[in-house]
Design a protein around this ligand. Structure first.
Ligand SMILES: Cc1cc2nc3c(=O)[nH]c(=O)nc-3n(C[C@H](O)[C@H](O)[C@H](O)COP(=O)(O)OP(=O)(O)OC[C@H]3O[C@@H](n4cnc5c(N)ncnc54)[C@H](O)[C@@H]3O)c2cc1C
Ligand code: FES
Ligand code: FES
Length: 487
């Protein structure tokens, strides 16, 4: 069996592709899948609109094998995926959806439905929409309107309007779960498994770049201590923009996306333990009942294409003051697990961020997991996000509040945490101190809201001015009070 060490291997539609990324190659370790496809004359259905994950014109479907060696399908933005991240996966492009039988083109049901429902005009966005619809088709039979809208959030259309496309989704996704992909799933799964089993660490070395893709945590830890300046890569939804927008050369990368052991979700008696490499889409699917405040934040996080790539470790690792999971994790009093070859540290999220995009992580450390204590019985935790658009938008302000009242309606504990009002995600400590031990009443909450208004000195930027952020932070807390009152 061939051992893959320096060759990226994946299945492009139904054919095995092996690419040696070296000096002689036209591709570098950070060539995006979009650029790889656009270089191929037979795969130019995929389009570039924004090259930053916002428009969905570049949507393709990536299929991979799960723990039971079954194929799963997800729509992703190919402008955000580096070529080596495809290793051991199937890349499905719009060209492969139709078939030719007896000299006739037979369209896939989602393509036929787009025609029947008049879902396309200029056609620029159409291949991207079709691929999102295809992923929806493979994952749902008779999806609800909510599921359809969620599947299409990451695709923009400037001329058709969305109603015909929603109707195309409704009409196409009533099926028996089978299409021509079903016929080849077993053989593709076997091929993907073969690639997986014959790969340890991919090492792609060129004069300018070193790209490592280990499959084991231990190897990742060793690589990080050997290459302390290497950039850790989770889902690349932040990092890819360095390449596509800032045209930076990334000299050393350790890609963690091939490590299955970082993708766990464990519901333990007192905690929920989450692997740093778990995708946010997977996390969203798991947390509806267990951690509703996290689930609700993830429901307005990016788009399905973004969440299918992005990881929780990446959202924490970027330490952005507008990273949406941080206020929630801090309000839940979660901890981050940091590992190096020599040590394992567990740091509370409230102590993890030390400045603007800065954390207490040492250069030889990797975030491997997140531990969230299960909320106490009777505690109320809610999250909020203010952004210019409801969907696919970065927060102007995000917030999470966790409240525990005693039998006499006195505040036993409270966490009031905001993103977007300071250089880091922060607790409103003065407001928390004021409110603790007091009666949970409108008068007390209004006083606390005034304290919140004055507690931060937010910046004005393209998203909002300072005053709007102060008012927004104050009003979100008042909203929380009204919602709790009406529970
Ligand atoms: C179109 C679009 C919409 C977006 N919408 C949102 C949104 O609504 N809310 C939001 O918060 N963010 C949003 N983002 C930003 C981004 O998707 C998130 O920050 C995401 O969680 C990053 O995760 P990742 O795995 O892709 O990280 P990567 O891009 O791989 O990495 C991000 C940072 O984390 C570090 N890192 C990654 N994994 C680890 C690890 N295991 N240990 C230590 N460090 C690590 C990397 O070195 C890097 O510094 C959006 C981005 C795009 C492009
Ligand atoms: S080109 Fe716009 S999302 Fe990729
Ligand atoms: S059909 Fe023209 S952008 Fe959608």
């Amino acid at each position: 069996m061939k051992k893959y060490k320096t060759t990226v291997a994946f299945v492009l539609n139904d054919k095995l592709v092996e690419i040696n990324i070296n000096e002689a190659s036209i591709f570098t370790p950070t060539t995006t899948v979009l650029n790889y496809l656009r270089n191929n004359p037979f795969h130019r259905g995929v389009k570039e609109g924004c090259a930053e994950g916002d428009c969905g014109a570049c949507t393709v479907v990536v299929a991979e094998i799960n723990n039971e060696n079954k194929i799963t399908y997800k729509a992703i933005d190919s402008c955000l995926l580096f070529l080596p991240m495809l290793h051991g996966k199937q890349l499905i492009t719009v060209e492969h959806l139709s078939r030719i039988i007896d000299n006739k083109i037979i369209l896939h049901p989602v393509q036929q439905s787009m025609i029947d429902m008049y879902g396309s005009q200029c056609g620029y966005c159409t291949p991207g929409f079709v691929m999102s619809l295809f992923a929806l088709y493979k994952n749902y039979n008779k999806p609800s309107k909510e599921v359809i809208l969620d599947a299409l959030t990451g695709n923009l259309c400037r001329c058709t309007g969305y109603q015909p496309i929603i109707e195309a989704a409704e009409a196409a996704c009533i099926h028996n779960g089978k299409d021509h992909f079903t016929e080849t799933e077993e053989s593709i799964a076997a091929l993907l498994l073969q690639i997986k089993q014959s790969t340890k660490t991919l090492s792609l070395i060129t004069k300018k770049q070193k790209y490592f893709r280990p499959t084991k945590i231990k190897k990742a830890r060793l690589l990080k201590s050997e290459y302390p300046n290497a950039l850790l890569l989770g889902g690349a939804t932040d990092i890819a923009l360095k390449v596509t927008k800032k045209h930076e050369l990334l000299p050393e990368i350790i890609d963690l996306s091939g490590i299955d052991k970082l993708k766990y979700y464990e519901d333990r008696p007192h905690t929920i333990n989450i692997g740093a490499g778990l995708s946010l889409e997977n996390l969203k699917a798991n947390t509806e009942k267990t951690l509703p405040a996290l689930h609700s934040m993830l429901s307005v996080f990016g788009s399905k294409q973004i969440r299918s790539l992005a990881t929780l470790g990446g959202n924490i690792g970027s330490a952005s003051p507008i990273g949406d999971t941080l206020p929630v994790l801090m309000a839940y009093n979660a901890s981050v697990v940091l590992e190096s070859p020599e040590s394992k540290r567990i740091i509370n999220t409230n102590d993890f961020i030390k400045g603007y995009h800065q954390t207490v992580m040492r250069q030889d450390e990797i975030i491997t997991g997140i531990i969230i204590p299960k909320p106490k019985e009777g505690s109320i935790v809610k999250s909020y996000k203010i952004s210019k658009r409801k969907d696919l938008d970065i927060s102007t302000i995000s917030a999470c509040f966790a409240l525990q009242l005693n039998n006499e309606n006195l505040v036993q504990s409270i966490a009031i945490v905001y993103g977007g009002v300071a250089a880091t995600t922060k607790h409103a400590i003065e407001a928390e101190t004021y409110i603790i031990g007091k009666k949970w009443s409108q008068e007390v909450v209004e006083k606390a809201a005034k304290i919140i208004y004055n507690e931060f000195t937010p910046l004005s930027d393209a998203r909002a001015g300072e005053e709007m952020r102060r008012i927004g932070a104050r009003n979100l807390f008042l909203k929380f009070y009204l919602e709790v009152k009406n529970l």
